[in-house]
Design a protein around this ligand. Structure first.
Ligand SMILES: [Zn+2]
Length: 353
């Protein structure tokens, strides 16, 4: 057992109606080996209340420092670690010239394992302890990332990317096999330790209606797994989806039509939305992964925070590496604290500014 004395920022437990942040200016964090032997939080709170309960416990005093929970990255691509900062004139050329050639290399298990272990180490080095990540279309890339995350005790959710059209040789998968692979990987990894599976259509243009339909059926059969994809990132992409799915009301409603909008569905970007899209996000319980540095880097546009708040649909921050340019750009939702609130009492709502 070991204790750390410092300023401590922490968050109320899940289910708390106020989603409050708590800030202890002089706090104590007591750590002890958990069930699996990995150090876990044993107690946390104001120093003056807790210290007497742990006499003799070695205490490290980190004066002037703040201890905070690990960051959550709601959308990131581990196969794009080696191409951060590759420039292009928008999303579609960027995919063609940089992303797809790099992702093809993950056909090799050895390469997948090497990048996965570097990627997990980078996340942890930047304070990210939970992530929702894309792998590639190769099943072994999923095994490699889950394996690396498991070895480091990470909370990681990922899945095999589905892309059975408009994708180059070496990345394009086969419809029926891609769904069989998804179900096999889901059964193997979902709920193992801190790992979770996400059904992962790359984005609507890269999936045939048959593949999207199959993904939707799997999502209905396994309501506790996540769904992740991209939507309404770039105007050219939106126009392309309109051509490919002329019967759909909007890009977002393509996913709705195939049963891919529900609780635990996380859609990256959500930039070029109208009011009906925002209402659909709210009604379905889906959430947006907002990736500001990626959106700026690729010139995609800006997420409408006010629009989301007005309708009341959920969103969180994400790095979107490699469209995003840094592992550090996934931040927790910082509380709007006032100096009066900074004394061991619940601070203001943690709704992002
Ligand atoms: Zn992305």
């Amino acid at each position: 057992m070991k204790a750390y004395r410092a300023a401590i920022l922490r968050f109320a437990a899940d289910g708390d109606p106020h989603r409050c942040a708590i800030y202890d200016e002089d706090g104590l964090l007591v750590v002890a080996p958990g069930a699996s032997g990995v150090p876990a939080v044993h107690a946390v709170g104001p120093y003056r209340e807790l210290a007497a309960r742990f006499p003799g416990v070695e205490t490290e005093h980190l004066a002037g420092r703040i201890i905070a929970p690990g960051f959550v990255d709601l959308h990131i691509h581990y196969p794009q670690t080696n191409m951060i900062g590759a420039p292009a004139e928008g999303l579609l050329p960027w995919l063609e010239h940089y992303t797809f050639p790099e992702e093809k290399r993950f056909a090799a298990s050895e390469y997948s394992a090497q990048v996965a272990s570097f990627f997990i180490a980078e996340l942890l080095r930047n304070g990210v302890t939970s992530a929702l990540a894309f792998a590639t279309s190769h099943p072994n890339s999923v095994d490699a990332l889950f394996g690396a995350a498991q070895a480091r005790g990470m909370r990681l959710i990922t899945g095999k990317v589905l892309q059975d059209r408009h994708s180059p040789d070496g990345l394009r998968d086969e419809t029926e096999q891609s769904l069989l692979d998804t179900e096999r990987l889901l059964a193997k990894w979902h709920g193992v330790g801190r790992l979770g599976y996400a059904i992962t259509p790359r984005f609507a243009p890269s999936c045939t209606p048959e593949q999207l339909r199959g993904a939707g059926l799997l999502a209905a059969k396994h309501p506790d797994v996540w769904i992740q994809s991209h939507v309404a990132e770039n105007r050219d992409e939106v126009a392309w989806v309109r051509e490919l799915f002329p019967a759909a009301r909007s890009y977002l409603s393509v996913y709705q039509d195939f049963g891919l909008l529900r609780e635990r569905a996380i859609y990256a970007h959500c930039i070029h939305f109208d009011e009906a899209d925002r209402a659909l996000m709210k009604e379905s319980g889906a959430a947006a992964a907002v990736s500001p540095t990626s959106n700026l880097f690729l010139g995609s546009g800006f997420f409408d925070f006010r629009g989301a708040d007005r309708v009341g649909y959920r969103y969180g921050l994400a790095s979107d590496v490699g469209g995003g340019t840094s592992f550090t750009r996934s931040t927790p939702c910082w509380p709007r604290t006032t100096s009066a609130a900074r004394r061991s009492r619940p601070a203001a709502s943690c709704a992002p500014d």
